[in-house]
Design a protein around this ligand. Sequence first.
Ligand code: PBG
Length: 352
Amino acid sequence: MSTDFFILRFFEPHCIVNHNPSSFMSQLDLLNIPQRPRRLRRTAAIRNLVQERTLTVNDLVYPLFVMPGTNGKEEVVSMPGSFRYTIDNAVRECQELWDLGIQCIDLFGIPEQKTEDGSESYNDKGIIQEAIRAIKAKVPDLCIMTDVALDPFTPFGHDGLVKDGIILNDETVEVLCKMSISHANAGADFVSPSDMMDGRIGAIRESLDDAGFSDVGILSYAAKYASSFYGPFRDALHSAPQFGDKSTYQMNAGNTDEAMKEIELDIMEGADIVMVKPGLAYLDIVYRTKERFDVPVAIYHVSGEYAMVKAAAAKGWIDEERVMMESLLCMKRAGGDMIFTYYAKEAAKRLR
Ligand code: PBG
């Protein structure tokens, strides 16, 4: 045994056993132990044994679009394989999801009518409210989350109320509270405010509690960026902004400190789960969030990300299934606890 080893072993034991990989590696280097990391990649069995992060069907949340009418199903042109369903067909779809092992959906609705005050959003007989009741009647154990924002409910396509071209904050929060109570009343398990108004998480938490819904959770879209990756979703919901963009309330793609502040505020105000959105291009935000806060983190693999994979696959330029599975796994590796994805069904089938 060399003197080097003796010194390392007995005088700096913390160096050899500590968890700092670079110093651990340099110790091995000093000891002249040849490194052969490929030993752990030699066979599939070994690779599986040492895999650090995995994707399971429990991690998947399926975003579901519902529209008025009966017996209808329309494919979203910019999202091949994704559909708007009438409530009856949405219920059938939920049964299928449940049978595939997917246990959670996020509901988005196209209302009968858009009004400047967004009042259809809290109509107890509105599209989301009726969809929740119908789904709960048939698939009672499916966890239902509901989108809380005004973009499909006003003619402006903005997430809040609009006056003279300005997106109003506090007035919007009042409507979001009514909407949340109405969803909870219909049976939602979680409300998911995706609007990015200031103070809405605290206000919604208080309203839910006051209305007797202290068991209804809040998944907050806490770090939501003003992103061009949302285009196909806005086609799906007919909700593209009719003027300007969303950069006075959604975040600037260049910022990360601001994301930490938004997330911290939402946790302090009562969010049970926080979301980072979009997905792949924002995994540094997910990583930083997970390092810093001990809460479940959701990632939204958004419509534009889905559309890009679909388009390239249609051209035969990429292997769709592998790109899909790799994208989802990378979101888990970065620290995501759950992933909202239009690929949930395909991934669930693949994971079986
Ligand atoms: C709207 C909302 C959007 C998405 C989820 N909720 C679009 C937007 O903010 O304009 C995007 C989802 C996707 O692109 O898949 N409140």
